[in-house]
Every structure is written in structure tokens, then in C-alpha cells.
Design a protein. Structure first.
Length: 343
């Protein structure tokens, strides 16, 4: 098993295999109109991280799913990363996960079944860390391996954090450094240092559970997680949904150590270029390095949080404890079109 490289079966590693924002927009634009459900608090229209359904008595159910092809060769790490990534959508809404079921596609003629068991065991470890059961799932035989979870969570409707409810003057915070897409591409090329691999896995398996606490804070106006569309793509969803422009302090954006080395060695995911082609016209002043870093598709990336400037000491304590970094702020569009301006 140790001699098998999972990433050789991965045409687009992790969230880098997501359909580009532009192509996804075309798909959704041609989907049929949906019946109205008054209890559906968050659905398809807002392009949010998860669906939310009001079940009464100040409770709402959060439902999400996420799965992808291998981003690492180690099957246990693959399961851990995929599980943490799927759980992140619940936390990004401000909710608490309840349970998960697995989604497994496995090429049984190419890869041993016991390797798939190791993947699932990795997911079980992360679900246990989140204090939820991996309660079942579904599997199919398929040409390339895919794995992920469908996760159910719960939230008080008043705590829901959406990606289209930011307000003018909000400060922007990011909870994890960028660069795992670049690192994963370096791994596929066989040049990623072992220490850098471990650092990337550390961040990708770190749960965004702070989102549950942030959901209870009225100062937090909008929240999402940074995944396959990169920082710029997910920030642009906030900007368009809230009709605001973002000003980003490029020097403040956290990145993984040694990232420049891998960029110089052309370890750029194809998803980066697809992302930039989809939304680059909405980005102002980005140089080549900033484009490659901020459009880098993240897997199990950090939370992106828009916070009212009138914050109390509790939020500042959370920033210190969980290393949330202030990367910019939101303002009214100067020419009537929401954009992201890099400074």
C-alpha cells in the first residue's frame, strides 16, 4: 500500500478539481426553477456554503456535502483532510455538526479495498475530534478514487452566518494561511519537502470549529470558508452578494513558509488559472505573485470573516487565540461595481 501513490489517480487534487466559478455559473443558470419552501432559510440562490432548513423551536438543520480526488498519497491523511474539509461548511455557517455519512468512489480493480478502509478510518478520526459519528455512507466502483462526507448540522436561525450579509466598513479576517494548492502540486511533482508536507496536512486537518463561536457573535456580519475558488473567488462572493468592494492588504495575507520556492519551480495548480480566468476581471492591481497565491485553490482552507468595526474584547481574544489575521476591509464600490482592490 505504501508504494501506491494516490495522487497519480487524481487529475485535480483536492478542491482543485472543482468546476471553475464561470462554468458553475453556467450550470446553475440553466437549472430549472425550484418550488418555494418557506422553511428553506438558505438555499441555492445565495451560493452559500450549505443549505439551512428551519425545523421550528429555534432550531434549523444545516446540510452540506463535499468530496474530491486525492490531494495526498497517504490514504489516512486523505480521509482526514476530506472530512475536515466537509465539516468546514457547517462551521462556516456558524453551526454545530451533528453527524456525517461518507461518499466513497473506489477503483477496486486498481487500488486495494483495505486502502479504502484506511481512508475511512482517517475520516472517523476527524469526525471523532468534532464529537460526531460517521454514521454510514454510500460507495460505488469508479475509475478514479473520490472521497468526502455529507454532513448534517444544527443552528439557532438567529446565529446563521451567510456570505452575502457583510456591511460597509467591515474588517476582513482569515484564519489559515494560503498555499496548500501549490504545495499539493509540488507533492505531485515529487519536490515537496517532508516538513512542508506535514505543515500542509496540519492546516488541512485543522477543524474550523471556531466558526460555531463566531456564529453567536453579532459583530460577525458574514462568513465563508476559503476552498477551491481561492481567497479571491470566495471573497468576491461576499463582495457581490453584499454589494461591496474589498480592499486587501497583500502584505498582511498569511501564506505557508517556502511558498515562493515552489512558485519559482512552477508548482501551480491548473485550478489557479481556471479561477483567474473566471474572475480576474474583477481584481484590481494584483501582480503575478499575488494572483498565483490568492487564486490558489485551497482544500480545507480557513474561515474568511467580515466583522463590524465595533468589536468587543471577546472577538479580540478569539483573534489572538486562533490566529485570525486582519487582511483588509469592505467599502462601498466607487464606480458602482463590486471589485477587489489589492494594495
Amino acid at each position: 500500500m505504501e508504494q501506491i501513490r494516490l495522487t497519480q489517480f487524481s487529475p485535480g487534487a483536492g478542491c482543485g478539481c472543482k468546476i471553475s466559478p464561470a462554468e458553475l455559473e453556467k450550470i446553475l443558470a440553466h437549472s430549472n426553477s425550484r418550488p418555494f419552501f418557506s422553511n428553506l432559510l438558505v438555499g441555492h440562490d445565495s451560493r452559500d456554503d450549505a443549505a439551512v432548513f428551519d425545523i421550528g423551536d429555534n432550531d434549523a438543520i444545516i446540510s452540506t456535502t463535499d468530496f474530491f480526488t486525492p490531494i495526498v498519497d497517504d490514504p489516512f491523511d486523505f480521509g482526514r483532510i476530506a472530512a475536515a474539509n466537509a465539516l468546514s461548511d457547517i462551521y462556516a455557517m456558524g453551526g454545530t455538526p451533528l453527524m456525517a455519512i461518507s461518499i466513497l468512489g473506489w477503483p477496486v480493480e486498481k487500488l486495494p479495498a483495505d486502502m479504502a478502509a484506511v481512508v475511512i478510518n482517517g475520516a472517523i478520526e476527524i469526525c471523532s475530534e468534532a464529537a460526531i459519528p460517521l454514521a454510514g455512507g454510500h460507495s460505488i466502483a469508479i475509475s478514479d478514487p473520490v472521497f468526502g462526507l455529507a454532513v448534517t448540522g444544527i443552528i439557532n436561525p438567529s446565529f446563521i452566518k451567510r456570505n452575502n450579509t457583510a456591511t460597509e466598513g467591515c474588517q476582513l479576517y482569515l484564519s489559515k494561511p494560503l498555499g496548500v494548492g501549490i504545495f499539493s502540486t509540488a507533492a505531485k511533482k515529487g519536490i515537496l519537502a517532508e516538513e512542508d508536507y506535514r505543515i500542509a496536512v496540519h492546516w488541512m486537518t485543522m477543524l474550523n470549529h471556531i466558526g460555531t463561536e463566531l456564529g453567536r457573535m453579532k459583530e460577525v456580519k458574514a462568513m465563508t470558508d476559503v476552498t477551491g475558488f481561492g481567497l479571491l473567488g470566495h471573497l468576491l462572493e461576499i463582495c457581490k452578494g453584499s454589494y461591496l468592494t474589498a480592499i486587501i492588504n497583500a502584505s498582511a495575507v498569511p501564506v505557508l513558509d517556502n511558498l515562493s520556492y515552489y512558485i519559482k519551480n512552477n508548482c501551480i495548480p491548473g485550478g489557479t488559472y481556471r479561477n483567474w480566468k473566471s474572475y480576474g476581471s474583477h481584481i484590481v492591481n494584483a501582480d503575478e505573485y499575488q494572483k498565483l497565491v490568492m487564486a490558489d485553490p485551497q482544500t480545507s482552507g480557513g474561515l474568511l470573516v467580515a466583522v463590524d468595526t465595533n468589536t468587543d474584547n471577546l472577538f479580540k481574544e478569539i483573534c489572538d487565540k486562533f490566529n485570525l489575521v486582519n487582511i483588509g476591509y469592505l467599502e462601498k464600490p466607487s464606480d458602482g461595481k463590486p471589485v477587489i482592490i489589492i494594495k
